[in-house]
Design a protein around this ligand. Structure first.
Ligand SMILES: [Zn+2]
Length: 273
């Protein structure tokens, strides 16, 4: 577990959880996204906010770290109440929420809005870290698309592997675009147009190929992704769900720290997946 303190000028300021959530809702245009979980305030801890902890996922380890840090709110990318999950507050789900409530800690989650934001979004942050420039959307016809197309200095797959390893602190799993021999010449082209969508977006690889990308970068990989990459002639880089989604919530925490002058600490609960 590592902690990154983004502490603005220390003072005794506090804000209401509604003020904090409204600011983030507006900043991320949260209401325009159709999502798999509610965005914004998910658990109201019932007290003013003086200290904030951010993290990728609102797991019990992050809650324990927030308690140890005397935080009043946790802000995450992966919150609770996902579509299709059992509703009762029992077992693991009940334990997490009980702990938050007992300690008066609010939990605020932003999923797709935090993937998509052009500055603090996970995709934007990842593109920045990889020295890439976002030039468009993977699904340009959608009104609020998630997933981007970026350009980079023309480079080999090996060079991109090195860049990703350096930026994220872990080596990506690379599937070379090699199967379709009629595309050999094309496949040996340097990578310069790249589809990016963090997390579990491996199935967007077909759209990236349709949009003429040389490569697609995401977090996870499925068995089928390998065949799709090879047969569509597009390099695939699985860089880790967690590893590709640390950027957005950290960036949002920095915006909040600046806006309200509150201490915000990013706590990374290590996750190899
Ligand atoms: Zn995710």
């Amino acid at each position: 577990m590592t902690a990154n303190h983004t502490t603005a000028e220390s003072n005794n300021q506090n804000i209401s959880v509604q003020t904090l959530t409204q600011f983030c809702d507006d900043y991320l245009s949260a209401s325009v996204f159709k999502d798999y979980a509610p965005n914004g305030l998910q658990v109201d801890g019932g007290r003013p906010i003086q200290r904030i902890v951010t993290g990728v996922t609102a797991c019990e380890a992050l809650i324990d770290a927030a308690i140890a840090d005397n935080a009043d709110a946790i802000m995450v990318h992966h919150g609770y109440f996902w579509k299709g999950e059992p509703a009762p507050l029992t077992g693991m789900k009940g334990r997490r929420i009980r702990k938050l409530m007992q300690h008066g800690i609010s939990m605020i989650g932003y999923h797709l809005p935090l993937d998509a934001h052009p500055i603090t979004g996970n995709n934007a942050r990842l593109a920045d870290m990889l020295d890439m420039t976002i030039t468009g959307a993977l699904y340009p016809a959608e009104s609020h698309p998630v997933g981007n197309i970026a350009t980079c200095t023309p480079q080999s797959a090996d060079s991109l592997i090195a860049t990703i390893t350096q930026a994220l602190g872990r080596t990506p799993l690379h599937i070379a675009a090699e199967y379709n021999s009629s595309k050999d010449a094309e496949n040996n082209r340097p990578i310069k147009r790249v589809g990016i969508c963090t997390g579990g977006a491996q199935d967007m690889i077909e759209q990236a190929a349709t949009m003429g990308c040389d490569a697609f970068i995401s977090g996870e990989i499925s068995e089928r992704t390998t065949h799709i990459a090879r047969e569509l002639g597009i390099d695939y880089f699985a860089c880790g769900h967690h590893a590709t989604e640390r950027g957005g919530i950290q960036a949002l925490g920095e915006i909040v720290a600046q806006k309200f002058g509150l201490p915000v600490t990013f706590i990374d609960i290590d996750n190899p997946a």
